[in-house]
Structure formats: structure tokens, C-alpha cells
Design a protein around this ligand. Structure first.
Ligand code: ATP
Ligand code: MG
Length: 208
């Protein structure tokens, strides 16, 4: 009998700087898994993905001033709710979950960008039993490319940070990718839309 059990990665996260092109490529990634997982695909994002998570997103991205630790704890609060209400139920049904930003963003932005360091995030992650992603696509672009791509937008609270902040965030992502090469695929994302799409296709085919 042909098995309909899902195979391949189930929790897939997309990571990279603001303006690196994650959301631009998401439909292609979702379509890939829809063709492979008969149980379906759930597309979601962080911070957000639930009603309370979207409210926390608004605070984190628009509030004038937050202690970095407040920012970190708000992001974990949103994540716990997201896992409970969206991610865990979908995984339990054998669905693929494609999440636009997830745990590595916290390491990159709050750990490296804000300078809170990895041990605090490791500790919270363990205590809260945050499920690690099975596969992470890291859209890597130089900071200047990301800045240029979002030139037309009104920056949110995090996007308003300077170049040095985003250099640290990029270093953070790169360090995470180096530390876990079996989970990460680094997608060189500074090229044209067609080039990045091709790199995404290659990454998905290689890690399926
Ligand atoms: N390969 C590319 N070449 C040129 N422009 C691109 C490319 N990929 C995306 N863009 C453009 O760059 C902008 C940012 O892309 P996108 O919104 O997908 O980034 P993002 O990683 O989702 O950012 P954020 O983290 O802020 O949501 C968009 O205007 C998009 O059309
Ligand atoms: Mg996006």
C-alpha cells in the first residue's frame, strides 16, 4: 500500500535581513511542499501568526522604546502562543509549516543585534520547549542590498536601526548557519529574482 505519510522537513523557517527577499519567495516554497505533502501546508509568520501574536508584533515594531529584554520576552510570548495555537496542531496532523521568520531571528536580532547574547535565548528556548526548525532557508544579502530594497518603505522600529546593527544581525545569522550546516541552507540572495528563485529550487530539491 502506498504510504501517504509525510516525508521531508515539516517545520521550515525562512530567515534573513529585512528586505532580503523572504516573503517574495514564499509562494514558491509553499507550492513545492504542497506538491509533496498530501496532508497540506500551513503558512505563517513571526512575530505574529495568532491574534495576540499580531498585537505583540505591533508593540515590538511600533512602540517607541523597549528594553531589549522586554523585546525578547514579548517575542517569546508571541512564539509560545503561536506554537500552541498554530504550529504544534499543524505538525501533529503531519502538515508542513512554512514560517516567515522564527527562532533564528531572535538569536540574530536580539542576541547579536541587541547584544543580549545567545545563552539567554538558549535558556528561554529550552525552558519553553520551543521546537527547533527541521530546515532553515537563510536569505543572505549584504546589508546595503537589503537597505536598498526597502528604500521605499517607512521603516518600523527595528528597520530604523543603523547599518552597524544589521551587520551584527547578518553575522548572527551566518554564525548560526555555520554552527548547524545540516539544518541551514544559505541562499545567496543578492542576485536577480530569477537567480534567487533558482537557488531556492536547488535548496528545496537538495533537502527534500
Ligand atoms: N532578488 C531580488 N532582486 C530585486 N528586488 C528584490 C529581490 N527579492 C525581493 N526584492 C524586492 O525587495 C523588497 C523586499 O523583499 P521582501 O519583502 O520579500 O523581503 P523580506 O525578506 O520579506 O523583508 P521583511 O523581513 O522586511 O519582511 C521587495 O520590494 C521585493 O520586491
Ligand atoms: Mg517579509
Amino acid at each position: 500500500m502506498k504510504s501517504t505519510a509525510p516525508h521531508g522537513p515539516l517545520l521550515v523557517s525562512l530567515e534573513g535581513l529585512d528586505g532580503s527577499g523572504k516573503t517574495t519567495q514564499i509562494d514558491r516554497i509553499v507550492e513545492f511542499y504542497e506538491q509533496r505533502n498530501p496532508r497540506g501546508v500551513v503558512v505563517t509568520r513571526e512575530p505574529g501568526g495568532t491574534e495576540v501574536g499580531e498585537r505583540i508584533r505591533h508593540i515590538v515594531l511600533e512602540h517607541a522604546s523597549l528594553d531589549p529584554r522586554t523585546e525578547l520576552l514579548l517575542l517569546f510570548a508571541a512564539r509560545v502562543q503561536h506554537i500552541k495555537a498554530v504550529i504544534a496542531p499543524a505538525l501533529a496532523l503531519g502538515k508542513t509549516v512554512v514560517c516567515d521568520r522564527y527562532l533564528d531571528a531572535t538569536y540574530a536580532y536580539q542576541g547579536y543585534g541587541r547584544g543580549l547574547g545567545a545563552p539567554l535565548i538558549d535558556g528561554l528556548s529550552d525552558l519553553l520547549a520551543i521546537p527547533p526548525p527541521d530546515l532553515t532557508l537563510f536569505f543572505d544579502v549584504p546589508v546595503r542590498v537589503a537597505l536598498a530594497r526597502r528604500a521605499g518603505r517607512t521603516p518600523d522600529r527595528i528597520e530604523a536601526e543603523g547599518e552597524a546593527f544589521f551587520e551584527r544581525v547578518r553575522e548572527g545569522y551566518q554564525a548560526r548557519a555555520r554552527a548547524e550546516p545540516e539544518r541551514f541552507v544559505v541562499i545567496p540572495a543578492a542576485g536577480s529574482l530569477a537567480d534567487v528563485a533558482q537557488a531556492v529550487d536547488a535548496a528545496l530539491a537538495a533537502r527534500n
